[in-house]
Design a protein. Sequence first.
Length: 154
Amino acid sequence: MKCPYCDSLESKVVDSRVSEDCSAIRRRRECLNCNKRYTTYERIEIISIRVIKNNQERQTFDISKVKNGILKACEKRPVSTESINEAVDRIEKKIYANASDEISSKLIGEYVMEELKKLDNVAYVRFASVHKQFKDISTFYDELGKIMYEEDKK
């Protein structure tokens, strides 16, 4: 670590502490050249993920868009805010676990539909009708048929 006083690259760590929220490590260092002390912080760097839209346009990933889509699908449905937040957290973890700097909006939509199917079938169909761009009523019925078949298996 370069000393901010004399630009020397030689230093030693005198003290290390984890921050209260465990999101950073605070280190007190002492320069071996000028003997002055300074503080450095080590933090996790969240990678910026780009979403590839259907028209190939790229946008910065924004988890609030995912949450808003789920909230809209669950509107006037018996789904708790806590359940929605937990689903959003699971989706976000899947996206970051993807270990890539880009992800398709289609894959994000699939993750959302997986979670909505667990929460509420009506919310799932609402979201799926937009995400899968149902062209006509028969496509809608096909999707309903799949859900009803899965319900009968339970």
